[in-house]
Design a protein around this ligand. Sequence first.
Ligand code: NAI
Length: 340
Amino acid sequence: MFAARRSFSLFQKRAFSASAAQASKVAVLGAGGGIGQPLSLLLKLNPRVSDLALYDIRGGPGVAADLSHINTNSVVTGYNPDEAGLASCLKDAEIVLIPAGVPRKPGMTRDDLFNTNASIVRDLAKAAAKSAPNANILVIANPVNSTVPIVSEVFKAAGVYNPKRLFGVTTLDVVRASRFISEVQSTDPAAEKVTVVGGHSGVTIVPLLSQSNHASISGETRDALVNRIQFGGDEVVKAKDGAGSATLSMAMAGARFAESLLRAAQGEKGVVEPTFVESPLFKDQGVNFFASKVELGPNGVEKIHEVGPVNEYEQKLVDACLVDLKKNIQKGVDFVKANP
Ligand code: NAI
């Protein structure tokens, strides 16, 4: 733990909480990384965040010291990689974001990250189950389709699992979809709303263009657009040429999702985000987690929206998605069973 900053932070926290509508502590695990740093920066700029707690196996206190000089009201605290540091980082957190884990290199799929990231996420989930059992857990570490079930199994084993508070962050898929469709249609990307359902890798990412303002897109244009939304992450991995995957756009997407949860927790109604959650939509086909539009509320998941009407082309995408998703989810569940 970063001792000097800690005592300062407690003082500041008291001063701030007197005026803040609601104090919200947000923890970032993996805060020193490519996503963790810009994500923490965006959270530092968010007036809804009162305490920002940053943990990494390398560099948490350094990132915290840097951000703590920004003149926004929140208090930033960095924690070192020991059990006490992680527990203090997590304690009283309302939101825990997990971008800890290795990113892809060119030629890798997200599933190739499983062997390394599964145990990282499992161990961080164990710590969260102990020190922040009621927090909203936002999993960014890939493969999201498997790491979210890993967290759920760890929380179940600890007897603290609440499916309404576990989220796989798939926001980047809709951010990309809005941007890419606007490039094809010459529109304002910020105004584009594209529903993306399923999971967060390759063919499990299912954009539903028929539900957008551009339902008439067809043929090769549609195929290319759908492919770009599904494999957009590869463009970044290739361009970074071994130096990682999307970090800045992901930080924006993660910060947006956290902001949506805070808005909903602070009483705003009708806050809807796409996210990968335990879902009833395809349980009858053995797929227990699925990303669709989810209304958020003070208790986390408020309402899981149906997929809605899909055309024949999209139904095929959904069918292909379910096959992979089922395997990805099972892989996460099996991992925790074999490596508790
Ligand atoms: P990075 O390698 O730059 O950063 C990862 C950070 O995690 C490092 O600072 C590392 O020290 C830390 N770390 C590793 N093990 C840890 C542990 N046990 N406890 C705490 N911290 C630990 O990687 P980057 O680019 O930030 O990506 C992180 C993850 O996010 C990757 O798995 C990547 O695939 C995923 N990702 C997810 C996206 C999504 O849409 N959900 C989009 C882009 C990336």
